[in-house]
Ligand binder design. Structure first.
Ligand code: CA
Ligand code: CA
Length: 76
């Protein structure tokens, strides 16, 4: 019983990790010029990012930082 509980916690931690890795990989893929931000032009490669560009760009500087990008997992 206790082991099963631990295993499910491990599984949750692992899947959260995978999401984090995916968003990191996606960020790198989209940041074509490697300046550490995703511009609107760069976001057009990924429709989900493009659709949510304004929502993700919290500080409204017309580019998405890595921190802003991490909110993408909470959006549809
Ligand atoms: Ca960029
Ligand atoms: Ca921004």
């Amino acid at each position: 019983m206790k082991l099963k509980h631990l295993l499910s916690i491990a599984a949750i931690a692992l899947s959260a990790n995978i999401v984090a890795l995916d968003s990191e990989a996606l960020f790198k893929k989209l940041d074509v010029d490697g300046d550490g931000y995703i511009s609107f032009d760069e976001s057009t490669e990924e429709s989900k990012v493009m659709r949510n560009f304004k929502k993700l760009d919290k500080d409204n500087d017309h580019k998405i930082s890595k921190k802003e990008f991490s909110d993408l997992v909470h959006l549809k």
